[in-house]
Design a protein around this ligand. Structure first.
Ligand code: GDP
Length: 442
């Protein structure tokens, strides 16, 4: 998860409340100072930091009476950080069965083309008919870059190598894909530099010609607080509906970028967290802050699970999970769903405490490979073994290992993993029942 350091530092500051037996105003001030420092080190504007700690202090008037002081301050930190990052505006939501035209704008090098592909890949995985249009005639190689990516992720592409007018390409591309009933029609536009008025003129022309349903501004998060000016300039030129902040993978200035954009009241919808097509995290302020502090996000977890799991065909599986029974079959179904889910790390960090466990462990690509191996192993198990009806003895271990071509140690590891998941699930089931689930698409 992005900004791991910030979450860790805030938690370190809060843990002082557990260590010290005597609680007084001096200790509270020290904890708040440490939190302030953590926020400033993440590049969050000093004005917000002061406001945030003043608000917490004000709400801590009767803290001496609170039984769990750490929890109280933790809740206030979550509340205040959420308030700071929440633009209080709902982002555009795609309409199923309709041609949703989404135009991407941003400066050259911000990660616009990469993000168009990530966005296309994200919706394609969720079952939307998605396509890409290259309306960047300024940068040599833009056509080839997007075409190559589109081929890689198997998404239909429209571009015109000989046409020099980006407006004409955008219009033709949208027309072509609308006729073919595509639902998410993504237009990549030229980048250039902020000083160039041509960039803004061209952007406005494309915008007026295709009237997109959504205009997404892509911004390089490593610019930290400087993102504020950029976001404001683009908002003035076209009707920016939402923002995607890129290059937040481990960048210390991420907090500055996030809070600066939130201040412009444009909803941040995704964060770019790497160069790979799957390195895209959905962004919702409260869920992000909770995951940041390792508090988990059950609502988000259930929403994500409901989105990728075909609820009707998996009723049985869900009933079993609800009873706290987590069989190898359930693990198999969930692994298959995880492969459809996008960012695995983001999903794992929705489970409380998991953030600390996955931090610094194997990379997402290695985790995906591990899941694929586990699925191969489970393909060699019988139905009764998957459903936990028959025990897997030494003899069966050999058979499964031979059938799947995987070492016996890997089969044992997988079975241990399923047992650990089952135990964890039993513990967390009461909290899960409180959360609402949502069905796929609106
Ligand atoms: P554009 O000029 O705005 O279209 O930018 P590109 O999409 O060509 O990206 C510029 C560079 O940024 C490329 O090297 C991308 O791989 C890289 N990039 C894009 N998004 C991310 C991200 O979220 N994290 C990291 N680390 N690199 C990114």
């Amino acid at each position: 998860m992005v900004l791991n350091d910030l979450g860790k530092k805030i938690n370190d500051a809060l843990s002082n409340l557990n260590k010290d037996y005597h609680f007084d105003k001096q200790l509270l001030n020290k904890v708040l100072k440490d939190i302030q420092l953590a926020l400033l080190q993440s590049d969050i504007n000093v004005k917000y930091v002061k406001q945030l700690s003043d608000n917490i202090l004000q709400k801590c008037n009767n803290i001496e009476e609170a039984v769990n002081k750490k929890k109280l301050i933790q809740q206030l930190v979550v509340q205040e950080l959420t308030k700071m990052l929440d633009p209080k505006k709902q982002p555009f939501s795609l309409k199923s069965g309709k041609p949703n035209v989404v135009m991407f704008v941003g400066l050259q090098g911000a990660g616009k083309t990469t993000t168009c592909a990530k966005y296309a890949n994200y919706w394609k995985k969720k079952g939307w008919r998605t396509c890409l249009i290259c309306a960047d005639t300024f940068r040599a190689g833009a056509f080839d870059q997007l075409q190559q990516i589109a081929t890689k992720i198997r998404i239909p592409f429209y571009g015109n190598r000989t046409e020099t007018d980006p407006v004409a390409i955008a219009i033709e591309g949208v027309k072509t894909f609308q006729k073919q009933n595509f639902e998410v029609i993504i237009i990549d536009t030229s980048g250039r530099h902020m000083q160039e008025s041509e960039l803004f003129d061209e952007m406005k022309q494309i915008y007026s010609a295709v009237c997109p349903n959504e205009c997404i501004f892509v911004m390089d998060g490593s610019n930290g607080q400087a993102c504020l000016n950029q976001a404001q300039a683009f908002k003035k030129a076209v009707d920016v509906g939402s923002v995607i902040i890129t290059k937040l993978d481990g960048h210390s200035k991420g907090g500055g970028a996030l809070s600066a954009v939130a201040a412009t009241e444009s909803p941040i919808i995704f964060l770019g967290t790497g160069e790979h097509f799957d390195d895209l995290e959905t962004f919702k302020a409260e869920s992000f802050v909770k995951r940041l502090l390792g508090l988990g996000d059950f609502k988000g977890m259930i929403e994500t699970v409901s989105e990728v799991i075909d609820l009707e065909s998996q009723q049985q599986n869900i009933k079993q999970i609800a009873k706290g029974q987590f069989t190898l079959r359930a693990l198999q179904q969930n692994y298959k769903s995880i492969l459809k889910m996008g960012s695995l790390n983001q999903f794992m960090s929705m489970i409380p405490g998991m953030q600390n466990i996955i931090q610094g462990q194997i990379s997402e690509k290695e985790q995906i490979n591990k899941i694929k191996k586990s699925l191969t192993i489970m393909d060699s198990m019988s139905n009764d073994e998957l459903d936990g009806i028959t025990q897997i003895t030494q003899k069966q271990l050999f058979r499964i290992s031979k059938g799947s071509g995987q070492p016996i140690e890997n089969v044992k590891l997988l079975i241990d993993e399923q047992k650990t998941f089952a135990k964890t699930l039993k513990k967390i089931m009461p909290s899960m029942k409180d959360s609402d689930s949502k069905t796929k698409r609106n």
